[in-house]
Design a protein around this ligand. Structure first.
Ligand SMILES: [Zn+2]
Length: 255
């Protein structure tokens, strides 16, 4: 097999073939919900194990409870126990995915896409949470601000840099990774139906959760509506795409 240049390997990790990068971008709204759900789910689990009765709100909104009073991507109310579970577990998950990419190259497209998509979600979540921690400037109301106050500013700053270094380490490990070996060949724009269905299911769950879950602390302000309408727009796009993919298939069959 012909060896690929370093730059090609790096580029093809994020954009393995023609339309795949575009479909990663199309997946950003469901990724937002999925990663928020994973993050808040970890707070929820921590609180459950701590014996409390947490309330998971995995969608963007303005939270009017005292001590918040701001736009959030999601929150777990009554979350007791270790505050930085999502960051620590997220870091371990990110390292786990990196190990997979370094040592394996699964043939299944859906699995490759899922791993790349989630890897992106973990990077965004971790950098969003700990970015200001690099300079010990985390908002004291956030997970990382509370973690710094409880466990030491030095430790929080150190871990912020560890997280950034793990993200940037792609520039090194991509050179020795097995991920590019036997990469499946590119497919056409209308060959992403399975992905459109999977994204659609996640966006639909996001829309339902955004209405079904209620709490007096939730204000459905512009930030809520922006993300909510983004989920609906994504869902509608996947439906239109699936319809177009069907008619394209039919006209090809008739040609
Ligand atoms: Zn959190």
């Amino acid at each position: 097999m012909a060896s690929e240049s370093y730059g090609t390997r790096l580029q093809k990790f994020w954009a393995p073939n023609g339309w795949a990068f575009l479909w990663l971008v199309f997946g950003l709204m469901p990724l937002f919900f999925f990663q928020t759900f994973v993050h808040e789910g970890l707070h929820w689990l921590t609180a459950k194990l701590d014996g409390s009765d947490p309330n998971l709100i995995p969608f963007a909104h303005y939270n009017n409870s005292p001590g918040q009073m701001r736009n959030l991507n999601g929150i777990t109310l009554n979350a007791t126990g270790f505050v930085a579970t999502p960051q620590i577990v997220g870091l371990l998950l990110m390292i786990g995915l990196i190990v997979i990419v370094i040592f394996t190259s699964p043939r299944a497209r859906w699995l490759r896409t899922f791993l790349t998509w989630w890897y992106l979600g973990l990077i965004l979540d971790l950098l969003f949470n700990t970015g200001r921690g690099l300079f010990d400037a985390s908002n004291p109301l956030t997970d990382w601000g509370k973690f710094a106050a409880q466990y030491g500013h030095g430790l929080a700053t150190f871990l912020s840099w560890v997280i950034l270094l793990v993200v940037v380490s792609q520039l090194v490990w991509i050179a020795i990774s097995s991920w590019h070996v036997n990469r499946p060949p590119g497919v056409g724009f209308f060959d992403y139906r399975g992905l459109a269905i999977a994204y659609g299911v996640v966006s639909l769950i996001a829309v339902i959760a955004s209405w079904a879950i209620n709490d007096p602390s939730i204000d459905r302000n512009w930030w809520f509506w922006l993300v909510f309408l983004g989920q609906i727009a994504s869902f509608v796009w996947y439906a239109v795409y699936l319809y177009l993919a069907r008619s394209t298939e039919r006209s090809v069959a008739h040609a």
